[in-house]
Design a protein around this ligand. Sequence first.
Ligand SMILES: [Zn+2]
Length: 313
Amino acid sequence: MKYFSIHIAVLFVALAAILAIASFEARGQSPRAPKAESRVKPTVLIKDGRDDSAGKGASTASAISPAAALNAVLRNDLTWTFGGKQQRGWYLYTPLISHMLNTEGDATSNGFAFALARWQEHSGLKPSGVLDEESLNAMVSEWQRRRLKNRTDAQPNQLVTAPASDFYDPERLAELRQVERETYAAYQRMVAAAIADPSLALARAAGGGLAPAEKYLKIISAFRSHEYQDQLRRQSPQAGRAGLAVNSPHFTGRALDLYVGGEPVDTKDSNRALQVQTRVYQWLVRNAERFGFRPYCYEPWHWEYVAAESREQ
Ligand SMILES: [Zn+2]
């Protein structure tokens, strides 16, 4: 019975893929297809063959485009690799992806597929509206490209010691509470903005945004010395390269691990799934850049302060 269901699912995916590709090829290669139109309206098709040019996604089941139907499957099932490790689906990255595509639509909607097709066209990819491995890899490369480039170790005079009240663990030793000076100032501005933002609504009773007493956005880890990093690696030898890198951006004092929910720094998919759904994480995705912080896509808690001089855009 189980295999039977799997076969049905595989058949469905294959059929949807064939339909999507067939529709695309038919339109793309038709000599009658006006070029300008295909530029303006990327190839996101609905079942009757018309473009979903409204980009909002229709509510009736009959109007779900093949691209959106495929995205609904790939979101959970796409096989791809990151850091040499096999990954399944891209659902953990939907807040980052939606932000990159500048869309609020659900990842399985026609509107999302439409926004994706536009982005694909911009990025020189086939504008299929389907978030396949090629498109996902292009997004990951873009996120990685935007990370901290200057990995020079922080000098002692560049570091300040933040108060224990800023930390997830209020008992954390002073020597483990050091942060690069500009990064810490930017962090303080960002937290103040989060507290003042009613959209976060984490403390409705207090009438504000993020309650100062909340654990959210507290610093789990900031500057780490080589010695401390070595010690962490010895304590958890099974931690992946991603978690406790030999060449860690934490050596710069400009990388902050912030509490965004769940287990603070656990890369298990189930934990990250919980974290990326928190309002705080989603707020960071939309707002951190204003304060100079950029994400590391694989770890929802890890944010890097990219100083103005090293910004490219
Ligand atoms: Zn980190």
